[in-house]
Design a protein around this ligand. Structure first.
Ligand code: ADP
Ligand code: MG
Length: 685
């Protein structure tokens, strides 16, 4: 009789706050476990329910001990005879002699010392695993009556110190509360499309009886997710309709000169995007356009065109980047061209003296500077523009930003958002909803696709000899340092040490520079400038070079411990090479395969298989491994937990339709608020 003495709740009496409760309200969760869950982004009961299994364990044959053979996965139903644990270095090995009526076998567990106390002789166990040299290696187990080793048991994205068992037990508890979340979809819509109840879908997602059932559940949850997105977009769009911008007159001679000054001819794709931007700028509603194009496709040239349109008529443009390094990089890229055009550009960073900063802000406020380059945070919160007309927002979260200062004056700038995490155009139109989309689908014609190879550590010397061959042929190279745990300072020190080590060994005799996030702005700029001018052969770097660095003569990159990086991040890093006509290479070095998690292997394989950012964005969503969850958000899309963009096109359509039918006070309203709030928050960070 462990049920509370109350009537079961129906979908009609939702208590959504129950899902907002912190995970500690579940039994067995203390501060240590809370921290581990936190690293996976799980803070509330609802987060736990939204932690989608990466896959399900496939069917495993139930066997008797005597009938076990080969390396096949099997399930055993046994009783414990005796158990004991020991340590070997950092490894804890727990061995239990277990038996059924046909025989006895030694079962082993690694690094689960606490289990020993529970393996009392006589305890009944269900074990799932494989035979190995020593007996039976357990991959999952049930003590007593629970049945988590069953077929289609969920396998969750997890970190090394968090067992699947723990996540399964906790989701079991959370599922008991799923009904409290309520049912956001009206019965009519549900029955028309024969959709399961949301609570049922959650149960089926975590505890499916078949792959089919799990997929139906996922689609129901994806629909809810897309619906929230659609509602948020509708709200945004409605707000924007009230805004006014000043239309710009058609492009004049400055833009003609810009085309002449560029060291290349704009491609058809670039010209097409420019034409779309021109049309937007002629209107009195502010431009809200997304320019998407893969890494290296040439978005910067288009962005600069857009801001120059403002400068040409005596108004101002802003270029906003997510980080200071990237802002600096943008500044270096456009400075030369702008100087030739006689356009004044200011770099606004927080890493200069207060006086210099005031001076720069003053120039922007007085209108003496035509283009301001800085981080989103800086430009939005600190800088007053005399007359901002066009803002370019690079790599910003899906919803982008509002120009508060400009809004206060009742006039909005035209905004161009740029992203290198592209998704197919038709999908982008739906996912981004209220943004118009331009796409640079093809890179400049002289490009050869980057060749990517994946080697394990023991063969890293071959990677370096290949790198040296490029250097000897007059090319330049990047070496990306491992992502170490810790602060920016730890990371910086590791990069410096690595550069030193390489100077003494693999790269002896070459000119090796090092950049990381702890360098003073001036130092960083001078190292970058030296590399750009060819005064350095190799740039050893942390991920500060992830975006924006542009040196076409750099044709090879080594990424150390590539398995630690996220897929989108690796794609961005790789985009630093392959920017000229020369064949470029990206060599990913990882630990040995058996040390890697499943998702790390999938990520590296995906990178070797394709350089297509669209495809990788999709794969990334599918794999959604450990690194992604812990790391920074690469794009707004990472918040789509259940949707599979390519497979779920029909759901996008359905969500659009259903969004029009829902009341404003539907259960989803709160989720919509939250989404809009978060987007705002990201915009400010
Ligand atoms: P993205 O920002 O899309 O990653 P960039 O704008 O940095 O790409 O451009 C990548 C490289 O391609 C740069 O070296 C740039 O100078 C070059 N580039 C841009 N447009 C063209 C073009 N039309 N023809 C040749 N090279 C180009
Ligand atoms: Mg760029």
């Amino acid at each position: 009789m462990d049920r509370p003495a109350r009537l079961p709740r129906t979908g009609a009496v939702p208590r959504p706050d129950v899902l907002e409760r912190p995970v500690e309200t579940l039994s067995g969760v203390g501060p240590a476990l809370r921290r581990k869950l936190g690293r996976l982004g799980i803070e509330t009961v609802g987060d736990l329910l939204a932690h989608r299994p990466r896959r399900y364990e496939s069917a495993a044959e139930e066997r008797t001990v005597a009938a076990l053979f080969g390396e096949e996965e099997a399930v055993l139903d046994v009783v414990v005879r005796r158990a004991s644990g020991r340590r070997r270095g950092r490894l804890h090995i727990l061995t239990a002699h277990v038996a059924d009526e046909t025989g006895e076998i030694r079962a082993t567990w690694f690094n689960q010392p606490w289990l020993e106390a529970q393996l009392v002789p006589g305890t009944r166990l269900r074990l799932r695993g494989k035979r190995n040299r020593f007996g039976f290696q357990v991959s999952s187990y049930d003590l007593g009556e629970a049945a988590q080793t069953a077929d289609f048991a969920p396998v969750y994205p997890a970190t090394g110190d968090l067992a699947q068992k723990t996540l399964r037990t906790l989701t079991d508890q959370a599922l008991g509360l799923a009904r409290d979340g309520g049912e956001p979809l009206p019965a009519r819509i549900r029955s028309e499309s024969s959709l399961p109840l949301r609570a049922d879908a959650l149960v089926a997602l975590h505890r499916p009886r078949s792959e089919d059932e799990a997929e139906r559940a996922r689609r129901r949850l994806a629909l809810d997710e897309l619906l929230i997105l659609q509602l948020a977009l509708r709200r945004r769009a409605a707000e924007r309709e009230r805004l006014v911008a000043e239309p710009l007159p058609p492009a004049g001679p400055l833009l003609g000169r810009y085309r002449e000054v560029l060291p290349f001819t704009l491609t058809r794709a670039q010209e097409h995007a420019i034409a779309e931007i021109d049309a937007d700028l002629a209107r009195s509603t502010p431009m809200q356009r997304l320019l998407q194009g893969d890494v290296g496709s040439g978005k910067t040239a288009v962005a600069l065109y857009a801001v120059l349109r403002a400068v040409e008529v005596g108004r101002q443009g802003a270029l906003m980047a997510p980080t200071e390094t990237l802002a600096e990089q943008h500044f270096l890229t456009i400075e030369g061209v702008c100087a030739e055009l006689g356009v004044r550009v200011a770099l606004l960073t927080s890493s200069v003296t207060a006086r210099e900063r005031r001076a720069a802000h003053q120039l922007v406020a007085s209108g003496d500077v035509g283009i301001a380059v800085g981080t989103h945070a800086l430009i939005q919160n600190e800088v007053e523009f005399a007359d901002l007309a066009v803002a370019v927002v690079d790599e910003q979260h899906r919803f982008g930003v509002e120009q508060r200062a400009a809004l206060a004056e009742g006039r909005s700038p035209h905004v161009l958002h740029m992203t290198a995490t592209p998704i197919p155009r038709t999908l982008a139109l739906t996912v981004y909803g209220d943004l118009a989309v331009s796409e640079i689908a093809a890179p400049p014609a002289d490009r050869k696709p980057i060749v990517t190879r994946w080697v394990t550590e023991e063969r890293s010397s071959e990677a370096y000899s290949r790198l040296r061959r490029h250097l000897d042929a007059g090319r330049q190279a990047y070496v990306v340092c491992p992502l170490v745990e810790g602060t920016e300072t730890t990371l910086a020190r590791a990069a410096e040490d690595e550069a030193e080590r390489l100077r003494a060994h693999e790269l002896r005799g070459y000119r090796v520079g090092c950049v990381h996030g702890r360098l003073k702005a001036a130092e960083r700029r001078s190292v970058m400038a030296a590399f750009t001018k060819g005064e350095l052969d190799v740039l050893v770097a942390t991920t500060v070079i992830e975006v924006g660095v542009d040196v076409p003569n750099a044709t090879i990159m080594i990424v150390q411990e590539a398995d630690r990086f996220g897929l989108a991040q690796l794609h961005q890093l790789r985009g630093r090479v392959g920017r000229g006509a020369e064949q470029s290479f990206c060599l990913l070095i990882s630990r040995s395969q058996d040390e890697l998690g499943e998702s790390a292997i999938e990520r590296l394989e995906a990178l070797v298989a394709t350089t297509d950012g669209f495809e990788l964005a999709e794969r990334d969503l599918e794999i959604r491994g450990e690194g992604q969850l812990v790391g920074a958000r690469q794009s707004g899309l990472t918040d789509l937990r259940f949707t599979r963009l390519r497979a779920d096109r029909d759901l996008l359509e359905q969500a659009k339709e259903v969004a029009g039918l829902l009341d404003d006070d539907s259960l989803l309203a709160e989720a919509v608020e939250r989404l809009l709030g978060e987007a705002e928050h990201v915009g400010e960070s």
